[in-house]
Design a protein around this ligand. Structure first.
Ligand SMILES: *Cc1c(COP(=O)(O)O)cnc(C)c1O
Length: 454
């Protein structure tokens, strides 16, 4: 891109654009990176600099950027139909996608409701769960339970079941009441209480049981990010917690709502994180990787039982009155279908197994660095914390913005490592190779050395 155009775009970005999750003043003396091209695991800026997209462009990209098959699917669909309304009308991409999703998701999820982002997929699940209990005459079941540090999106309903203080506390006056329980975060339970992973899980499940015992009459559902609490700091917890939670939800007649918006589609090394625990949630939310990270689309899958509670004569007013202008967008559905075909044709889940093992193994090496601790990960996700005092588990003062410094220095090394506070992590696309991992980790180490953190 020529300099004149580049400078104009950067200036107009400052003049006209308000970016998400961004203190705009941070960009007073620093430019947003102007990306011109994206291919495979790389992004390229307007000067032609190459960056490793180690966070899959906010956890969405799956098979690499600008995949030729995805592009062809968009072209093909566009030549037939762009967008039509989805009430009273239907179309091949949405029908075929629904059939496929029912086939590949855990047994018992039989119906697919479309929306267009992760937050709305969660809103839909909350509303369905609430209305289900209403139809059964259990009006008092109108509250939800969530984990400390959980993140389910930024719309008001999703924030009401969110547990990340930094993002959520300011909106408290707008939220509906929910119940928060402890996160089964193994690192925290070990550091603060000296508990093993198994002990932490059983303690956390006991806390859930106590709440259910007292409040089951008020509780519609428990919403959870299976295995990885992503935005809350890449907290990885054992599948045994999910197994126990499924049993408790059954015992107390409470919906288990699995928010697989981030972890779905192979990121944990299995197609869905719920597969690790071999459980079927009552409602399941998918987005991000659903379209290989290319188009905005989401779904909320439900069991037949939930669906049946809404199925009646119109006059009973059991309709689920919810929908979006772009529900079931044909282009997005066509892309999602092609995404699933790529998974199958390229045997993606099988192919990434040795890559995930290698990533987790290599990440352990950072344990030796002076200011790095709490290494954890699963599948294509791996994270570490920057700590001032590693032995005591004490972080740097937050005004030092150490993670942010790592990010800025990373950019100079051709690395996009967008931190969560002082947690730095990779969330790799499934196309990443052993060689990519070697390059990324070498660069990451160089960054930490440059900042005297290693
Ligand atoms: C990103 C995310 C969401 C929200 O999805 P959006 O498409 O950003 O609205 C919901 N739940 C989880 C677990 C997420 O990571």
């Amino acid at each position: 891109m020529n300099n004149q155009l580049k400078n104009k775009l950067i200036k107009n970005d400052r003049d006209y654009v308000w970016h998400p999750f961004t203190q705009m003043k941070d960009y007073e003396n620093q430019d947003h990176v102007l990306i011109e091209k994206a291919k495979g695991i790389y992004l390229y800026d307007a000067d032609g600099n190459q960056y490793y997209d180690t966070v899959s462009s906010w956890w969405v990209n799956v098979h690499g950027h600008s995949h030729p098959r995805i592009r062809a699917a968009i072209d093909q669909q566009m030549s037939e139909m762009d967008h039509i309304m989805f009430s009273g009308f239907t179309h091949r991409p949405a029908v075929e996608l629904s059939e496929k999703l029912v086939e590949i998701t855990p047994d018992g999820l039989n119906k697919v409701f479309f929306s267009d982002n992760g937050s709305t997929a969660v809103e839909v699940a909350l509303k369905m769960s609430f209305q289900y209990w209403l139809h059964l005459g259990k009006k008092s079941k109108n509250k939800f339970v969530y984990l400390d540090n959980s993140y389910h999106g930024d719309t008001i309903g999703a924030v009401s079941v969110g547990g990340v203080e930094l993002f959520h506390s300011v909106f408290k006056p707008l939220l509906f009441q929910s119940y928060k329980v402890s996160s089964p975060n193994p690192y925290l339970w070990s550091k603060q209480h000296g508990l093993s992973e198994d002990e932490a899980v059983s303690q956390c499940l006991q806390e859930v049981r106590t709440l259910f015992e007292e409040k089951a009459d008020e509780i519609a559902g428990f919403v959870i990010e299976p295995l990885v609490q992503a935005a809350g700091g890449m907290i990885v917890y054992p599948a045994s917690y999910l197994i126990g939670l499924r049993q408790l939800c059954d015992e107390y007649d409470i919906h288990l709502i699995a928010d697989e918006v981030a972890v779905g589609f192979g990121r944990t090394g299995r197609m869905f994180a719920c597969n690790h625990a071999d459980i079927t949630p009552d409602l399941m939310c998918l987005s991000k990787g659903l379209t290989a990270g290319v188009m905005p689309l989401s779904v909320t899958l439900s069991t037949q039982k939930i669906y049946d509670a809404f199925y009646d004569e119109y006059e009973t007013f059991k309709t689920f009155f919810h929908g979006h202008s772009f529900t079931g967008n044909p282009l997005a559905c066509a892309v999602a279908l092609e995404n699933l075909r790529i998974f199958k044709d390229d045997k993606v889940i099988e192919k990434i197994q040795p890559i995930t093992t290698y990533l987790q193994h290599r990440f352990r090496e950072f344990e030796d660095l002076q200011h790095i601790g709490n290494i954890r990960g699963i599948g294509m996700i791996a994270a570490m914390d920057i700590l001032e005092d590693k032995a005591k588990g004490i972080s740097f003062a937050s005004n030092k913005r150490t993670g942010y410094q790592v990010y800025l220095t990373g950019l100079k090394h051709g690395l996009i490592m967008r931190p969560l506070g002082d947690t730095i992590y990779v969330w790799l696309p499934l196309c990443a190779t052993i060689q990519d991992i070697d390059h990324i980790l070498k660069k990451a180490k160089d960054v930490l050395i440059e900042l005297k953190l290693a």
